[in-house]
Design a protein around this ligand. Structure first.
Ligand SMILES: Nc1ncnc2c1ncn2[C@@H]1O[C@H](COP(=O)(O)OP(=O)(O)O)[C@@H](O)[C@H]1O
Ligand SMILES: N[C@@H](CC(=O)OP(=O)(O)O)C(=O)O
Length: 545
């Protein structure tokens, strides 16, 4: 290992620290304004050959676990330089896979660990196939188009067929079986991609996450990664690299349940979390998530196509944005990156030159007001008013203990001495089902009615204003002027717990119009004078009445 360090003339620890501080400077100073962050990466890569081995921040963990295997020196070095995650939209077809391969190879200085999602909408198709117990058949076509031998996935296609027959016979699809079923999507996309890289002469090795140490809870369809994952994954990837270097192609989204040892999934969009977890495990200098948009945008482009990329975000902003419904990032994906302080770059695989979004621990907030607007639809809200007199202590404790007993998580909360309004989290599959199951909601209400008068309000939306809450007066003043103009009544507001988010609850039917008008007011300077008008659904400006 020492020879690698001598060869490049850079001490591993120093290399990581230097690259991190460059990224930090970029976030603090808006360095990207002088050129895309990718340019900064290239400059850096030229100055310091980036195949340099580097000591990872979590090296104490790696050091211990890997040295136990006798495969690595006590330095705990790794030669992977970054993790690159490509989502379903990036690898939707054979053509796209070729482009992604070209993109990876366009960074010759990088030795990436590549995390892949299932191709295109495969996960949805598998879920549908599970429901209908019929086959989806997308993978065979791709294999032929890439010139990859069908044997690469033949075993999986056979198994999948058997599984679907079994489901059809049993007429039952449990969450555990559902996870096993959708795992075929990632298992096949990674095998196809690795085979393609090898076929074009680039050495690649495929890994199933559940075979290399991704240990999770047994919460099928929404499992959490357990701490034991990090040393295990580091040991395996690192050890393999040392004995036989190759680009690693890892299945996103999947894990292995600690108790049952069955395949689990990390919740929809979970490959982002796989990528950040690998970044943390190996202490890599950067985590890249490649999407089909130019980074994290000022709002969902499906609601408002004029949404703009946000160049810099903090982990806190990104986590809040993801938690409150921005599909672009998995809700838990920022956790490993934040814990190990590894920058995350969100890039567009369809437009690699676009700078994307750089997510770091801190950024220059001196000019920041609003960063992004996020909408979470189909939320259930509860107004709970104590039946006791004023000054009743223990009321909130009782309310929340009921939610704890019933295993329901709560999003936004606003309280007074004798009442509490809150929204129920629809992001987890089980709670989505819960919300749909009137009988279970009735049960919640029944329990709460023992201590309070309860009003159940459905079809609500949470609009989250992510940004600099230090400027909350300005944000609220602007936001409420917009909403007043639209004639929208805000049913709940929450600010305080989070330093980067103000949440407003409105009716579902009004929410999209509110987001468009708020976007116009906060992000489009030429029409930001609220008094002048507001943005209609089609993007035109309407006069105020
Ligand atoms: N604030 C936002 N910024 C960027 N994209 C968003 C935002 N909100 C919603 N999206 C949607 O998220 C999509 C990207 O996320 P996702 O589909 O999970 O990507 P991938 O499958 O490539 O990982 C975009 O195509 C866009 O439609
Ligand atoms: N394929 C899984 C996991 C994933 O992360 O997908 P994507 O990266 O395409 O959002 C899903 O559709 O949820």
């Amino acid at each position: 290992m020492a020879s690698a360090l001598q060869l490049h003339g850079v001490q591993g620890n120093f290399a990581v620290a230097l690259r991190r501080s460059l990224l930090h400077c970029e976030a603090q100073s808006g360095f990207a304004a002088f050129g895309a962050p990718v340019c900064a990466r290239r400059v850096w890569s030229k100055r310091v050959a980036f195949s340099v081995t580097c000591k990872a921040p979590s090296s104490d963990v790696i050091e211990k676990s890997v040295s136990e295997s006798g495969k690595v020196s006590s330095e705990g070095e790794t030669s992977f330089t970054c993790v690159m995650k490509f989502g379903g939209s990036s690898v939707a077809s054979a053509e796209r896979m070729k482009e992604v391969a070209g993109l990876i190879l366009s960074f010759p200085e990088e030795m990436p660990i590549v995390v892949l999602s299932a191709m295109g909408k495969t996960t949805n198709k598998l879920l549908l196939a599970g429901e209908k117990a019929v086959s989806c058949g997308v993978a065979n076509v791709t294999v032929d188009q890439l010139g990859v031998d069908r044997s690469v996935i033949a075993k999986h296609l056979e198994e999948l067929e058997q599984l679907l027959k079994g489901i059809a016979m049993m007429k039952e699809l449990t969450k555990r079986t559902q996870d096993y079923l959708v795992s075929f999507g990632e298992c096949m996309s990674t095998r196809i991609f690795a085979a393609y890289l090898n076929a074009i002469g680039v050495k690649a090795r495929q890994y199933d996450a559940f075979e290399i140490g991704f240990i999770t809870t047994d919460d099928f369809t929404n499992a959490d990664i357990l701490e034991a994952t990090y040393p295990a994954v580091a040991k395996r990837l690192h050890g393999d690299w040392l004995s036989d270097p190759a680009i690693a192609i890892v299945t996103g989204f999947l894990g292995k349940a600690r108790k049952s040892c069955a395949v689990t999934t990390l919740g929809r969009g979970g490959s982002d979390l796989t990528a950040t977890a690998i970044g943390k495990a190996l202490g890599l200098p950067e985590i890249q998530v490649w999407k089909d948009v130019d980074g994290v945008l000022t709002c969902d482009p499906n609601i408002y196509p004029q949404a703009e990329p946000v160049p810099y975000l903090t982990f806190d902003e990104a986590a809040e944005l993801a938690y409150f419904g921005a599909q672009v990032l998995h809700p838990q994906s920022m956790r490993p990156a934040r814990e190990s302080d590894i920058p995350v770059r969100v890039k567009n695989s369809y437009n690699p030159k676009a700078p994307g979004t750089l997510i770091t621990k801190a950024r220059d907030m001196s000019k920041a007001v609003l960063t992004s607007i996020v909408l979470k639809r189909n939320v259930t809200m509860l107004d709970i008013v104590s039946t006791r007199m004023l000054g009743q202590y223990g009321f909130l404790a009782k309310v929340f203990s009921i939610f704890e007993e019933l295993g329901i998580s709560v999003d936004v909360v606003a309280t007074s001495e004798v009442s509490v309004s809150l929204t129920l989290d629809p992001s987890k599959l089980w709670s989505r089902e819960l919300i749909q199951q009137a009988s279970e909601l009735d049960h919640v209400v029944e329990e709460l009615e023992k201590i309070a008068v309860v009003n159940l309000l459905q079809n609500r939306s949470i609009i989250s204003l992510i940004g600099n809450v230090q400027r909350s007066s300005l944000i609220l003043e602007k936001a409420f002027r917009v909403l007043r103009t639209l004639g929208v009544t805000v049913q709940m507001i929450s600010q305080g717990a989070s330093k980067v988010n103000i949440s407003l609850v409105v009716n579902d039917s009004e929410a999209e119009q509110c987001v468009r008008a708020l976007h116009s007011a906060f992000f489009e300077s030429e029409i930001s004078e609220l008094e002048k008008g507001y943005i209609n659904g089609n993007g035109s400006v309407a006069e105020l009445s």
